[in-house]
Ligand binder design. Sequence first.
Ligand code: BGP
Length: 462
Amino acid sequence: MSVQYKFPEGFWWGSATSATQMEGAANEGGKGKNIWDHWYEVEPNRFFEGVGPESTSDFYYRYKEDIQLMKEIGHNTFRLSISWSRLIPGGRGKVNQEAVKFYNNIIDELLANGIEPFVNLYHFDMPFELQEEGGWESRSVVDEYAAYAKEAFRLFGDRVSKWFTFNEPIVPVEGGYLYDFHYPNVVDGRRAVQVAYHTMVAHAKAVEVFRTFDINEGKIGIILNLTPSYPRSQNSADLKASRIADLFFNRSFLDPAVLGEYPEELIEILREHGQLPMTENGDRELIKANTADILGVNYYQPRRVKAKEHLPNPYGPFMPDWFFDNYEMPGRKMNPYRGWEIYEKGIYDIMINLKENYGNIESFISENGMGVQDEERFLEDGEIQDDYRIDFIREHLTWLHKAIQEGCNAKGYHLWTFMDNWSWMNAYKNRYGFFSVDVKTKERKPKKSAHWIKEVSEQNGF
Ligand code: BGP
């Protein structure tokens, strides 16, 4: 087969996942409780079909088999996250030696199979005890996080050289403090701003700590879900609404993480509405001095925006939604099995933006994928025929390839996700994997896309 779209040599092919979503063994191996374990205990009905995070895909017990499968389909990289509450139960203090052993085993097994581990420190999973002390609203939790990061660099930095401080830090802000889909289910823009700000300070502190270690060719960065904001029209009200959505949902992390400072316009909006967060002396310098070496970009869907049609309730809590409405663009292409828009060119627009406005920072697609409900309906001859997923990946890769041709500094592509996994409130509703997982038996089976990606990774293109 001839290769039309060839990727640069050494391109990172792989997939991404997170501790809570794949490890299972939530109450084993000395792991402490995190907010997901707690929330499930108190409100199991908020989870799709009442399924909680206790067992997920059981990677904790099956990692060897899974790493063989990764190797089989041509992965040269794989992203996992460390569970803070597994490594340091309770979030502070003593390290759990069983966890050290577990993560050492995974890292060693990946390396022995020619797969470079990309390690993320925080994927939505605050230790419950620290949440009780205020979670990201509390400044002392920021210091606990930096101490946890230091432990992780010390324990695993001799073998791991790609580190990430956070996955999608805006999501716990949206879920936990604006729109009620993560614990602690607060709806309050003021508190959301504080949480976002402290997360950014925590990021900068972890980067600062990282740089005191001598990690061979080590790089540290952050993973952001960038949702390019497209206005309904070019009229000034729509343009402004779209710009503000971009400030809140992309630039509130992208600018400080990469450029070392918050956008002036964002600060102005917060100031005007009396919503500036509490800061400490030295924060500004800390953020300025500790920008990311590398950026992971999660891209699922764009945001379509129009000017506000109805004025917000002036007595309600401050919300980003005061400034724009979401817009259901007629004729947009939808993923019929998940309800998200599919707009492949978004990936190109993000990359060009990084090139033009963010110093062409080294980046990669750290998540992209197609969730499908009831995917068993595509089962034929014992295998899920996920041609829709192959098309989805191919079309996104085509745009990524074009961006690279135009000089963008994109180094890889990770699918969300390696195997179907448990996903927060959605539990097992949407399936994303190259491999299916039987929820009861935990048996893994390749889907058609697994064979396809193997070929793509081996040829370094398609
Ligand atoms: C991203 C998260 C992942 C994963 C994915 C799919 O935002 O980083 O953790 O959950 O979304 O989400 P869902 O399963 O809700 O479709």
